[in-house]
Design a protein around this ligand. Structure first.
Ligand code: LMR
Length: 337
């Protein structure tokens, strides 16, 4: 009997020793750092938190998502390099941020008044345009997991921006798209690329005179407190691509990756379902604050902006190439020049 007990004990000990590393591994979760530059209380911020909630639930705690909002880990200029170096695993940059990787085609999405409304935008991204653009990223070792919308840009300054002439000589902060650079030049302003986290101070101190962004970003970054006049022009669209390093993603255990993809699909649907309302609510709050004046363009005034910015379309061909313009034109049934 004693021998049997000893034998069982020995077997148990060796089994325990054998199992120990695997058990330890099972206990230490895979960490995914998700960095972004906007506030938690925005469509992208809420989308990131929704992904965290679902991913941790579906993987039963085997994956831990650490969300770093508000440029607290990286500024927008540094994010993609950090992803490639493996210092961060997930990002959701605006699609204007891919040009430094040598992928300029995303900038076609920044053309002024390209998308009639949010439905048109959504259709384009779910169709061939969105897929084709993700293939461009894949060629650079980056995988696109979903497109998240943040609606349409407004424009602001410390003077009313009603006609193209009002933009004359205005120093305007842009986030990086050469298409935005072009359309602001078309109307006589002087665009300047600047990190998102530096915009508030630049507006406050007069380093720049104005900017463009969506209501949720104006509200949460307090841009409206340092801009006397905002034109609700909705002249261009702001969209994000949620991205991961392809090698990191394909190196995950397949069952875990499948759960994360499910979480991402649901988080994407959630984000895109709240974005319009989030921006409407943000605009209402900005209005209520009384700290800035909101201006709305008449149809004629809008047409004057559109005509003045139109040369950007012909110029875009040399920047983003004919192929993506043809794809977009076909899918949206619009003319590109
Ligand atoms: C910007 O830089 O203005 C935007 O890309 C910020 C954001 O991610 O919404």
């Amino acid at each position: 009997m004693r021998k049997l007990i000893q034998a069982v004990a020995a077997a148990t000990i060796s089994a325990a020793m054998f199992l120990a590393p695997a058990a330890a591994l099972a206990q230490s979760p895979i960490i995914i750092k998700f960095s972004h530059v906007v506030a938690n209380d925005t469509p992208k911020g809420k989308g990131a938190l929704k992904f965290k909630e679902l991913a941790e639930k579906y993987t039963d705690g085997k994956v831990k998502i650490e969300v770093y909002p508000n440029s607290s880990l990286y500024k927008d200029k540094e994010e993609i390099e950090a992803l490639q170096l493996g210092s961060v695993q997930m990002l959701a940059p605006s699609t204007a941020k891919f040009a430094p990787l040598g992928i300029k085609e995303f900038e076609a999405l920044d053309l002024p008044w390209l998308f009639k409304d949010e439905e048109t935008y959504d259709k384009a991204m779910k169709g061939p345009v969105g897929k084709w653009l993700f293939q461009k990223l894949e060629a650079k070792g980056i995988s696109g997991l979903g497109y998240w919308t943040n609606g349409f840009h407004m424009a602001s300054a410390n003077r009313p921006l009603i006609t193209p002439a009002d933009f004359q000589g205005l120093k305007v902060r842009i986030s990086g798209s050469k298409i935005a650079d072009r359309y602001f030049r078309d109307i006589g302003s002087i665009p300047q690329i600047m990190a998102f986290s530096e915009v508030y101070q630049a507006l406050q101190t007069g380093v720049v005179d104005g900017c463009e962004n969506t209501p949720s970003n104006y509200l949460t970054q307090k841009f409206y407190e340092v801009q006397k006049d905002i034109t609700v022009s909705y002249h261009a669209h702001l969209q994000y691509a949620v991205i991961v390093d392809s090698k990191f993603w394909s190196g995950l255990p397949p069952d875990i990756r499948a759960q994360l993809e499910k979480a991402m699909d649901e988080a994407t649907e959630y984000t895109n379902s709240i974005a319009v309302k989030e921006n409407e609510d943000a605009l209402a709050e900005i209005k209520k604050s009384g700290k800035t004046t909101l201006h709305y363009l008449t149809e004629d005034q809008k047409k004057a902006w559109q005509d003045a910015m139109r040369p950007t379309y012909a110029w875009a061909k040399g920047r983003v190439g004919q192929e993506v313009l043809d794809l977009v034109a076909k899918q949206l049934d619009v003319k590109m020049n």
